[in-house]
Design a protein around this ligand. Structure first.
Ligand SMILES: [Zn+2]
Length: 199
């Protein structure tokens, strides 16, 4: 019915049950990142799992039209950017109260600024999408809206929403815990991606 996996997930009759597998995947099949470091053996990773449960736990994601990236690569990008910013904030906190260090070199400062702009641009898409498509402000409302439509109108709307993605809600406690565990286990690699920052 739709080539957008997120919409298929939102329209599922019920949320999937993720089972603990004996052969735990070491990589998330959707974003390619490490599997959950809590070693619960679940796949996909907790960030990619949000898409599957969004309609039933709508406060945990923000929807946005981001057609240039599929959900898996978008999740990988958001994870890299968030970990890089957390690592930078941790470094700044560790340096607080000590004699001032030499200023970071220009390339690193520019990279940090670029990462900040990218995350802000993604969050800006959330606001723009909510303004343009009020029924897509919440995955629950979107599910209810789509299910209430006759099949032909639903198909037309689903086609319009081909570029709809989700971002993890930054204030979600489980997401925040997962990011802290990830940061403790594996400091981030420098990000690289195909999303352009609007200048
Ligand atoms: Zn993942």
């Amino acid at each position: 019915m739709t080539a957008n996996p997120l919409l298929a997930q939102l329209l599922a009759p019920e949320p999937p049950t993720f089972r603990v597998g004996s052969a735990a995947a070491s990589r998330c099949p959707e974003c390619g990142g490490p599997a959950d470091p809590a070693a619960d053996g679940l796949a996909p990773c907790p960030i990619c799992r949000l898409g599957w449960i969004a309609a039933w736990e709508p406060g945990r994601v923000r929807l946005a039209l981001i057609p240039e990236l599929a959900q898996g690569p978008l999740n990988a990008l958001v994870v890299r950017l968030t970990l890089a910013l957390m690592a930078a904030a941790r470094g700044a906190a560790a340096g607080a109260g000590r004699p001032p260090k030499p200023a970071p070199d220009g390339a690193r400062a520019a990279e940090a600024a670029r990462q900040n702009r990218l995350l802000a641009a993604l969050q800006g898409r959330v606001a723009a999408t909510r303004a343009a498509l009020p029924f897509a402000a919440s995955p629950l409302v979107l599910r209810q809206t789509l299910l209430a439509l006759p099949a032909s109108r639903r198909a037309a709307l689903v086609a319009e929403l081909e570029g709809l993605r989700y971002l993890p809600e930054p204030g979600d406690p489980e997401v925040a815990r997962w990011f802290r565990r990830r940061l403790a286990l594996a400091p981030p690699d420098p990000p690289s991606c195909g999303l352009r920052t609007p200048e």
